[in-house]
Design a protein. Structure first.
Length: 186
């Protein structure tokens, strides 16, 4: 299964004239998954589309990219082998652009998580703390110096965000066997 790249998704979003970034898009998908949305019935797409495009149909190329991104991301979480990768600005981008990408991902994750947890499952103290931390990360100042110290700090924050998402999934996400053909877009 091929992974949709940040640049590929960025291009698809621009072509569709959707005002979201690739990082925001992936953040929402991860939030839906980690919040507990059903992973096999395709309901994620309706929730995603309502949030991102007011329920208006998306172009087929973008839908295909989103479906691929969802499947890959879902399978990464289900594998439970700590291989979940956040879709963020590429490493060749300026550090402040990568930081902005991480803040956008974090903010969007929270929105997706809220919708994914629409049944209002009770959150543990640890999940509440992780969500509070993600809320603070979403507000970080992204005007940072491009140096080794800032690079190291950003990598540490990124790893914390990644682990926090996996933690949320571990507590609230649906545990099902992932199969490539288990869902269809509606």
């Amino acid at each position: 299964m091929t992974q949709v790249t940040w640049q590929q998704l960025t291009n698809s979003l621009k072509m569709a004239e959707l005002g979201a970034t690739a990082s925001e898009t992936h953040g929402i998908i991860c939030g839906l998954i980690c919040g507990g949305i059903n992973l096999t019935d395709g309901s994620w797409y309706g929730a995603f589309n309502d949030l991102m495009n007011d329920g208006i149909a998306l172009p087929i190329d973008l839908k295909k990219d989103l479906q691929q991104l969802f499947k890959t991301t879902r399978n990464q979480f289900l594998a439970q082998d700590y291989q979940v990768q956040l879709l963020l600005a590429d490493d060749d981008q300026y550090l402040n652009e990568r930081a902005q990408s991480l803040t956008q991902w974090s903010e969007s994750f929270l929105a997706g998580f809220a919708i994914g947890n629409e049944s209002g499952k009770t959150l543990s103290k640890d999940v509440k703390e992780a969500l509070t931390d993600l809320s603070q990360i979403a507000k970080l100042d992204t005007e940072i110096e491009d140096n080794d110290e800032s690079e190291t700090s950003l990598e540490e924050i990124l790893e914390y965000v990644r682990i926090s998402a996996m933690f949320c999934f571990g507590e609230l996400g649906h545990k099902v066997e992932a199969t490539e053909n288990s869902e269809k877009l509606h």
